[in-house]
Ligand binder design. Structure first.
Ligand SMILES: NC(=O)c1ccc[n+]([C@@H]2O[C@H](COP(=O)([O-])OP(=O)(O)OC[C@H]3O[C@@H](n4cnc5c(N)ncnc54)[C@H](OP(=O)(O)O)[C@@H]3O)[C@@H](O)[C@H]2O)c1
Length: 331
């Protein structure tokens, strides 16, 4: 029988619950072996909810558990680098939530450490693994909408004021750019590439110094452009589109779309649907497991170079707008 990957979950927050729920709905080819929280009580409650046998009251205990193959890290952005380092130093394979770190330099250092320690590492950028994107790539390659000229993506949500405080907290590397702007940049990069020639941006900074709205325009050496907007406390329908000389492809919910709409000029529009097995989370989880089982330390779909490139774009945008987190040196 094939070896099951034994997962550990680091944190008990919102997306950690989604991860556990998703794994519970997938087939039996993996185990949820342990969960860790900064407080033992939260870890125990989480473990009880999902039938996880081990609950740790510190992240260190999870990292040191020799019976864990991979750790899913779902802490705030500011903590990712520290938590990944902890797991990698203990020889753990890692799947870490987006944005991978707070900047490109940190990201590159973490990838280097993982390389030295021969462990698998990947940013949990689930968008890259959503099946309908393989159809979209094929349609674009076939020239159904001609040559790509430009692209758009927007995503903005409204949450309770209490949750917004956490989402925007500069001490946790909050703000729309790092929280969800990363999706818009990742979408642009998937179709136009990871090296825009120029980035023009404007961040609407709030009273705590993070961005409530990010507006970005990427310009590529090909002449192609991407217009991207992300917002917290302003609802923008989650929507992306790639435009070409012969039509367009619209991607509602572009961060994890189960379908796309193709509008070739002069022809009937049509829909391509790829319903999820569970909720879209399952594909990146399977990718991590396949890589680990096959002895790979990085994914060929979501590569370290791509993660570092997108982090670099966010560095540029922050620099252009003077958005510095309190834990960063200003000099
Ligand atoms: N892929 C997606 O669709 C998706 C969706 C939402 C979020 N995310 C990403 O997942 C990560 C977590 O987001 P979330 O919405 O799940 O956050 P959340 O609900 O606030 O949970 C974060 C958890 O991190 C732990 N933590 C460690 N240090 C902390 C600190 N200093 N302050 C607050 N919490 C701390 C806490 O768990 P313990 O108390 O148990 O230690 C907390 O419950 C972020 O990187 C976010 O961007 C991804």
């Amino acid at each position: 029988m094939e070896k099951k990957i034994r997962w550990g979950i680091l944190s008990t927050g919102t997306i950690a619950h989604n991860f556990a729920k998703t794994v519970r709905q997938m087939d039996e080819n993996r185990e949820l072996s342990a969960v860790a929280s900064r407080t033992a009580e939260k870890a125990r409650a989480f473990a009880a909810e999902y039938g996880i046998s081990k609950a740790y009251g510190s992240y260190e205990e999870l990292a040191a558990d020799p019976e864990i193959d991979a750790v899913y890290i779902a802490t705030p952005h500011s903590e990712h680098a520290h938590d990944m380092r902890l797991c990698i130093e203990h020889g753990k394979n890692v799947l870490c939530e987006k944005p991978f770190t707070v900047d490109a330099k940190q990201a590159a250092a973490i990838f280097e450490l993982a390389r030295e320690k021969h462990v698998f590492i990947m940013e949990a950028f689930w968008t890259k693994f959503i099946p309908v994107y393989r159809d979209m790539e094929r349609i674009l390659k076939n020239g159904e909408i001609g040559e790509i000229t430009c692209l758009s993506a927007q995503y903005g949500y409204t949450v309770s004021p209490t949750l917004a405080v956490r989402k925007l907290d500069p001490h946790l590397a909050g703000g729309a750019l790092l929280d969800i702007g990363v999706y818009t940049l990742g979408f642009a990069a998937m179709f136009l590439g990871y090296k825009p020639e120029k980035i023009h941006s404007f961040l609407q900074l709030n009273s705590v110094g993070t961005d409530s709205v990010s507006s970005m325009l990427l310009q590529y050496s090909t002449g192609q452009t991407a217009q991207l907007t992300a917002a917290i406390q302003t609802t923008l329908p989650t929507w992306g589109a790639v435009f070409g000389t012969g039509g367009r492809i619209e991607v509602p919910n572009f961060k994890n779309p189960p379908f796309i709409r193709v509008f070739p000029n002069g022809k009937e529009p049509y829909t391509v649907e790829r319903p999820f097995d569970v909720n879209g989370f399952e594909y990146e989880i399977r990718e991590v497991e396949d890589c680990i089982k096959n002895g790979r330390t990085t994914s060929a779909v979501m590569t370290p170079e791509q993660t570092v490139a997108v982090m670099g774009m966010m560095d540029t945008v922050r620099e252009q707008n003077g958005m510095v987190f309190p834990f960063e040196s200003n000099c």
